[in-house]
Write a protein that binds this ligand. Structure first.
Ligand SMILES: [Zn+2]
Length: 424
C-alpha cells in the first residue's frame, strides 16, 4: 500500500511554468506561440521528454494531441489532466499553459511519493485550442470528441495557406493513434485554467470549482430598408434600417440582462455601398448570445426574436430580411462526481465555496461529450486574458495545482473502489 501522500511543489511549479515560456515569449512579457509553429513544436518536445523522464509512455494521435500516460495497476482508460500549450498572438503566460504544467507537476508529485493508482493517470496536450492560427478553436479536442472529422481538422489553413496536416508532418507530430475517443478513450478529464474573467478577482477568491460552460449562438441578421438622398428625404419618407438597428441594440442588452445571459453585437456592416450623404439601404450584423443553461438559452433566443420582430414591424418600410444561424453550441454541464471532487479539493486549499460557470469555451467542453469532465479556475489579475498583461500570482497557481492534484487523487480512489466492488 502507498503510505506517502503526494504533494505539489509550489516553487517548482512556478519555475517550470516560467521556464516553459522561454519558447514563444514576447518582449512585453506576453506570449506568441501559435499552434504548431516552431516554438510550439519545441515546447511540445520538451513536455514529451519531461513526461518520459517521469516514467510515462507518450503517444500522439492523428491531430497531434499528446497523451503522456503514467501506468496504473490496471490497464484501463486513464484519468486525464489536460489543456493546451498554444497561445494567442498577443497572449499571456497562463491561458492553457497553466493547465498542462499543473498536469506535469501532478505527475512529479505522484512520482516522488511513489504513489500507486489503479487507473493510469495521463496528461493531455490538446492541439490548436486557441484557434488563433487555425480556425476554429478547440480543434484537437473537437476532432477527438467526434464533433469534427479528421479530414476537416487536417485541412484547416493558416493565413499563409499552410495546413494543419503539413505542420504535423513537418514537426514529426502526426501520431499513429486515431484522433478518436472511441479508439483512445479517457476515463475522466480534469482541467485547471485561469478564469479569464473578473469574478474571482472581484470576490477576492483564489480558486473555484467550475460546474459547466456557457453555451453560445451566433447569428447573422440583415435588416432591409431603402437607401435615399440625405438632403431631400424628409423623416416621414425615410426607410432607414440604421434607426431600427439602433433600437435593436438597446433592446438586446435589456433582454439579455433580464434573462441572465449575455449578448454582443461585435460586427456591423452593410451589403450595399455606403456613402456619407445617403440613407443606408441595409444593415447586416452579428449577434452573439451566451447562456449557462439550455432552457435559459432557448428563452433568450425566443425573446430576442419576438422583440426584434416587434421593433422592426414598427419601423415603416424596414424588415428583417435574413436571420441565419452561424454557430450553436449548447451549454456544457460538467460531471457531478468530478465536480464534487474539485469542490472538496478547492475547499481544502481555502478556495471559494461558490461554483462558477465558464464564460469562455475550453477543451473540456469537448471532452465532456466523451467522459466525466470538470474544471477548476484560479483568479487572474483584473480578469484580463488573451493579453500580455495576463497574470496569476504564484500563490494562486500553487493553490490551484494542489487542488487539482487532490481532486484527481480523490476521484481515482472513488472510481478504483467501484472497480474493486465489481471484482468482489
Ligand atoms: Zn485556454
Amino acid at each position: 500500500m502507498t503510505l506517502k501522500t503526494p504533494k505539489t511543489d509550489p516553487e517548482r511549479m512556478n519555475a517550470t511554468l516560467q521556464f516553459s515560456c522561454q519558447w514563444g515569449c514576447t518582449p512585453d512579457g506576453g506570449m506568441n506561440r501559435l499552434a504548431l509553429n516552431d516554438d510550439d513544436a519545441i515546447v511540445r518536445r520538451w513536455f514529451i521528454s519531461e513526461a518520459k523522464e517521469l516514467g510515462c509512455s507518450v503517444s500522439l494521435d492523428a491531430m497531434g494531441n499528446i497523451f503522456a500516460v503514467r501506468p496504473g495497476r490496471r490497464e484501463i482508460p486513464p484519468i486525464a489532466v489536460g489543456s493546451h500549450l498554444d497561445t494567442q498572438p498577443t497572449g499571456g503566460r497562463y491561458d492553457g499553459i497553466l493547465g498542462v504544467l499543473a498536469g506535469l507537476e501532478i505527475l512529479k508529485a505522484l512520482h516522488e511519493a511513489e504513489y500507486e493508482t489503479d487507473y493510469p493517470i495521463a496528461v493531455v496536450v490538446w492541439t490548436n485550442e486557441e484557434g488563433a492560427r487555425f480556425v476554429p478553436s478547440c480543434l484537437g479536442s473537437s476532432v477527438y470528441a467526434g464533433a469534427m472529422s479528421l479530414e476537416y481538422g487536417h485541412s484547416r489553413t493558416d493565413t499563409d495557406g499552410v495546413t494543419v496536416l503539413h505542420e504535423l508532418q513537418r514537426h514529426g507530430m502526426l501520431g499513429s493513434l486515431p484522433a478518436s475517443h472511441a479508439a483512445n478513450p479517457l476515463s475522466a478529464h480534469f482541467e485547471l485554467h485561469i478564469e479569464q474573467g473578473p469574478v474571482l478577482f472581484e470576490a477576492g477568491q483564489a480558486v473555484a470549482a467550475v460546474v459547466g460552460v456557457q453555451g453560445w449562438q451566433w447569428f447573422e441578421i440583415a435588416l432591409q430598408g431603402r437607401g435615399s438622398h440625405a438632403g431631400t428625404t424628409p423623416y416621414g419618407y425615410r426607410r432607414d434600417p440604421l434607426i431600427a438597428f439602433a433600437k435593436l441594440v438597446l433592446a438586446a442588452e435589456e433582454i439579455a440582462k433580464s434573462h441572465g445571459g449575455l449578448c454582443t453585437i461585435g460586427r456591423v456592416g452593410s451589403a450595399a455601398i455606403q456613402s456619407t450623404n445617403c440613407v443606408m439601404d441595409d444593415v447586416v450584423f452579428h449577434l452573439d448570445l451566451r447562456h449557462g443553461d439550455k432552457s435559459g438559452m432557448e428563452k433568450l433566443e425566443e425573446a430576442m426574436r419576438c422583440e426584434f420582430a416587434r421593433i422592426v414591424a414598427a419601423e415603416d418600410g424596414v424588415r428583417i430580411a435574413r436571420w441565419d444561424t452561424l454557430t450553436a453550441v449548447e451549454p456544457t454541464v460538467f460531471d457531478i462526481k468530478a465536480v464534487q471532487c474539485i469542490r472538496e479539493a478547492v475547499q481544502a486549499v481555502g478556495g471559494a465555496l461558490e461554483d462558477l460557470v465558464s464564460g469562455a469555451g475550453h477543451d473540456s467542453v469537448y471532452t465532456a461529450r466523451t467522459c466525466p469532465t470538470a474544471m477548476c479556475f484560479i483568479r487572474c489579475r483584473d480578469g484580463i486574458s488573451h493579453h500580455p498583461s495576463e497574470y496569476a500570482t504564484p500563490e494562486d497557481i500553487a493553490a490551484g495545482t494542489e487542488a487539482l492534484l487532490q481532486a484527481v487523487v480523490a476521484y481515482e480512489r472513488k472510481m478504483a473502489a467501484k472497480l474493486a466492488k465489481v471484482d468482489e
